[in-house]
Design a protein around this ligand. Sequence first.
Ligand SMILES: Nc1ncnc2c1ncn2[C@@H]1O[C@H](COP(=O)(O)OP(=O)(O)O)[C@@H](O)[C@H]1O
Ligand SMILES: [Mg+2]
Length: 168
Amino acid sequence: MRKTVAIYPGSFDPVTNGHLDIIQRGAKLFDEVIVAVLVNSEKAPLFTAEERVNMIRAILAEQRLAVRVDTFDGLLVTYAQKQNAQVIVRGIRAVSDYEYELQMALMNRRLAPGIETVFMMPSEAYSFLSSRLVREVFTLGGSVEGLVPRLVEEMLRCKIEGRGGAGE
Ligand SMILES: Nc1ncnc2c1ncn2[C@@H]1O[C@H](COP(=O)(O)OP(=O)(O)O)[C@@H](O)[C@H]1O
Ligand SMILES: [Mg+2]
């Protein structure tokens, strides 16, 4: 039988425990999950694509999952087709995610009818967690312990302190 490959795309700026929850659930369901880090987006990221990829790889290295980490640019469905993926995984938190995700899923279906989008819910503990919130809270001196892996906390510390309060 053909193996089912799923793409889990996103900015992952930085990866959070919510993302990892979805990756673990996806890895149970599909033969292979490709975590695809978006390189160029309209958002100016805190971490470079390379830093984001390296963090995810280092964190996943401790777990024995059929997960690969890659970068992509441009149209998601084009990338998915190149990878012979049949599924796009997206995480849904609150109702507020739904409208945008529905739009994207239906557009992607129109562009590539052979690819299905699958929505997954994280543990409720991570339902209100976003990378943006992590960046904001950390930048303002709050604790993000338990919301991101230790390595991400350390990387945030380096990044924010490295800026030397230049006020970007
Ligand atoms: N805490 C979380 N729990 C579950 N899914 C999440 C969480 N945070 C983000 N996601 C999902 O992970 C995917 C990637 O999110 P993100 O890194 O913000 O990239 P994007 O720029 O595509 O929104 C999206 O499907 C998003 O809904
Ligand atoms: Mg997002």
